[in-house]
Design a protein around this ligand. Structure first.
Ligand SMILES: Cc1cc2nc3c(=O)[nH]c(=O)nc-3n(C[C@H](O)[C@H](O)[C@H](O)COP(=O)(O)OP(=O)(O)OC[C@H]3O[C@@H](n4cnc5c(N)ncnc54)[C@H](O)[C@@H]3O)c2cc1C
Length: 376
């Protein structure tokens, strides 16, 4: 998602772009089942995708707008609930399949100077007099004054460039479960914090939804081995009653990790998206932070002529503008995640008081809503 967005944005600025992608976008079939990998896309990300020309295509494929966010701990009556209308907005964001976003961006390639190299990977990278030389597994060779690494959490390019990371595994996994529900299309994403980890629902188009079950690796492994009927009965016991009747369609699990690159560039190699930062998916901020990286990189790139690409002053400005923002969001997610796991002492009572307070405080709610929409 992030790499394709930079490619389109840079090409729109007049740069000649090559994109190397092992798994290119596949055509969209409206009758295909929902993919498990979906993202809550903020209003700010929607604005970027609109500027890049991809939004109309995304909208014509499959999206589900959400207008409300709700979170609570033990008692659903003590919840914090946010609605778009509280800040005069029509919606807070959309839940979209990752593959739909990628495809809509790839559809823009034909109109711009972008050459895709697909079903291949990088065999070798060299730096030679300010130029990056890449040899692909297919044998093709590319040279470029700038290499943008948006190759995900286990970035090969970051490793090759010798950029270190700080981070840890959360000791928790999360399971994504697509369901059909008896309820029609919903417009609220909700999350209950439980002692074993959050349990959440993201609405999907039609009578569908995506459940997110955070738990210990051992529990998630056990759940993964159940058949759909058995999993359904486990969900019914653990998830709140408001889920209603449902049927399990598809499921898979993912480990939760946190990674932050120690720097975002070295010489003429720059990191964006998950290659630079992998965040706890708790608040659905991962790719939204990546799209913020894209917006800032393009703003700085616009000020740079093609022959100055190798000059690192503009990359330093990109790093200065993005590093602290990403670190702040990652740290905030950690405070939430770890804070809600503590079940003893005065903290549970304090949390409930804070949830109540947040629900009744206009200024706090407005600020949280702005962050959720990517506009804060
Ligand atoms: C369970 C879960 C739920 C999430 N929910 C949300 C959410 O609701 N909202 C949100 O904003 N974020 C969410 N995220 C985070 C989001 O999925 C990531 O932040 C996002 O996928 C990062 O995008 P990216 O383009 O940087 O990297 P990736 O999506 O990892 O893409 C990297 C690309 O690089 C390619 N690639 C990698 N290495 C090579 C190579 N050597 N050669 C060629 N190609 C290569 C891969 O094929 C891939 O296409 C969630 C994450 C998880 C795990």
């Amino acid at each position: 998602m992030v790499g394709a967005a930079v490619a389109v944005g840079a090409a729109k600025l007049g740069f000649k772009v090559a994109i190397i992608e092992a798994n290119p976008a596949k055509d969209f079939d409206p009758n295909s089942p929902m993919d498990l990998r979906v993202s809550a896309i903020s209003v700010a990300s929607e604005q970027l995708l609109t500027q890049l020309g991809a939004w109309p295509s995304i909208n014509s494929m499959r999206t589900c707008p959400y207008l409300g966010l709700e979170t609570w701990e033990r008692n659903e009556n003590v919840k914090t609930a946010f609605r778009a209308e509280e800040v005069g907005a029509s919606h807070l964001g959309h839940i979209i399949e990752n593959r739909v976003i990628v495809l809509a961006l790839w559809q823009q390639f034909a109109d711009h100077s972008i050459t895709p190299f697909t079903h291949t990977s990088i065999n070798q990278i060299n730096r030679n007099k300010g130029v990056v030389e890449i040899t692909l597994a297919s044998g093709e060779q590319l040279t470029a004054p700038l290499l943008v690494a948006a190759d995900g959490a286990n970035s090969y390019v970051r490793h090759w460039a010798g950029i270190g990371i700080s981070g840890w595994d959360y000791g928790h996994h999360c399971m994504l479960i697509n369901i059909n529900t008896e309820q029609g299309q919903q417009d609220t994403t909700w999350q209950q914090f439980t002692p074993t980890g959050p349990k959440a629902l993201l609405p999907l188009p039609g009578n569908k939804a995506s459940l997110v079950w955070y738990d210990s690796p051992a529990t998630i492994k056990q759940l993964q081995q159940l058949n759909p009927r058995q999993l359904q009965s486990q969900i019914a016991q653990i998830f709140p009653n408001k889920l209603g009747q449902f049927e399990v369609v598809d499921y898979a699990s993912f480990p939760l990790t946190r990674r932050h690159a120690q720097r975002y560039f070295i010489d003429n190699v720059v990191l964006l998206g998950d290659a630079a930062h992998t965040i706890n998916p708790l608040a659905g901020q991962g790719v939204n932070l990546g799209f913020k990286d894209v917006a800032v990189l393009l703003q700085e790139l616009e000020k740079v002529a093609a022959e100055q690409l190798g000059d690192t002053a503009w990359l330093q400005r990109y790093q200065d503008r993005r590093y602290k923002d990403n670190l702040l969001m990652m740290s905030a997610m950690d405070v939430f995640y770890k804070g809600f796991k503590i079940q003893t002492g005065p903290l549970p009572m304090l949390r409930n008081m804070l949830l109540k307070l947040a629900n009744h405080s206009g200024p706090i709610k407005k600020q949280v809503l702005k962050y959720a929409m990517g506009l804060g």
